[in-house]
Design a binder for this molecule. Sequence first.
Ligand SMILES: *Cc1c(COP(=O)(O)O)cnc(C)c1O
Length: 397
Amino acid sequence: MAIPLLDLKQQYASIRDEVLRVTEEVYASQMFILGKRVDDFERDFAAYCQAPHAIGLSSGTDALLIALMVLDLAPGDEVIVPAYSFFATAGVVDRLRGVPVFVDVDLADYNLDPALLEARITPRTKAIIPVHLYGQTAPMDEINRIAARHGIAVIEDAAQAHGATWRGRRAGGLGDIGCFSFYPSKNLGALGDAGAVTTNRTDIAERIRSLSNHGRIPTLPDRHILQGHNHRLDALQAALLSVKLPHLDRWNRARTRIADRYREHFLDSAVDTIAISPAAVSSHHLAVVLVDDRDEVRHGLNSQGIRTGVHYAVPCHLQPAFAALQQAPMPVAELAADCILSLPIFPHMTTTQVDRVAAAIKALAQTRVPIGAAAASVATAISSSMVAASPLLEQPK
Ligand SMILES: *Cc1c(COP(=O)(O)O)cnc(C)c1O
C-alpha cells in the first residue's frame, strides 16, 4: 500500500455530516458573501489564536499582502524576510514594489536567524516577516526586541502554524499582525483557497477589514475610502472552517505523536531532524528531516510507494523572480534546499505507516548531511554582522 504525503479522506469522513449540513445551510440562507458565517468564524478563530481580532481573507498570500498594505508600504521600502520559506513571504513585498531583504535561517530550526537580523536593518526597513516554518514559531523574543528598538512592525507568517505557541502564547498574537493560510493542506484547511489575519490592534483590524472589502467602511457603504480590493473570505469557506476548528487541537496532537515517533526512530541514525526550541510548541505542519543525497533517498522511498515532498527546493533569494536583486550567499538556506525532505504526516496516519516510512528512510540514508561548511560560514557571518550592527544602533531612525 502506498503512503501518501497527505491524505484528508479520513478526516473528511469524520466530519462529513456536519460539512454537508452547513453547506446546505449556506445555500438556504442565500448569504454567500460576508454575514454571520464569516463573523462567527472570525470571532472563534481570534479566540483560538488568543488575539482580539481576526479578519477572514481570500488566501494566506492575500493576508501577507494586506498586512503590508495596511502598513502603507511604499515603493522602495524594505521588508526583512527569511531566505528559506514559501515564495509568497517575499513575493508580496515585491508585488507592492517593496524590496525583500533576505536573512539566512538558523542551522538548528531553519527559522530566521535573529543573530543576523539587526545588521540588515536600514532607515528604509518597514517590517520584518518571521515565518513559523514547518509549524515551529520563530524566536519571537529576539525578533520583537530588535523590531521595537528600531520602530519596525512584525508580521508573523503563521501560514503553517495554526495552534503553535511561543512561551505558551499562540501564533498570530505574537507580533503586530499574524497571517494565516487555510490552503487545503494546512493544519486548518478550507475546501479551496482561504486565509485570515489576526491582530492585537483595533486600528489595524478596522483598516484591514476595509482594505479587503473595496475600501468600504460599514457606516458609509457607498463610499470607498481606501484603495481597497476584493480579498474577502467566502461564507461557505467560513462555514466549513468553523466545522473544522473545534477539531484542530486534537488533529495537532495526532501530528505531534507522529512527529515524536519519527524523532525517536531517527535518534541514532544518519537522518537529521530539526531541533525544537524549548520556548516553542510546534503545530507539526510538516515532518521535515535532512538527509545527504536527498534526491536519491527520495527516489528510493518513492519506488517503495512512500511519497515525500521538498519544502523548498529553491531558497527565496535564488528564485528567478528576484534575479534583479543583488543577493549575498545564504549558506544555511542553500544547504537546506539540497538536503531537506518532508515525510508523510497527517492526523489520521497510523503508527504502522510511520514505522514503515522510518524504517525505509533509515535503510536508504547512509551518511549524515555535511553541515561543517555551512556552520563555519554562519559563524563568520554572525561575527561580521555584529560589527556591522553596532553603528546602526546609534543611527537615528
Ligand atoms: C501556504 C503558505 C503561504 C501562502 O498561503 P496561500 O493560502 O496558499 O496563499 C504563505 N507562506 C507560507 C509559509 C505558507 O506555507
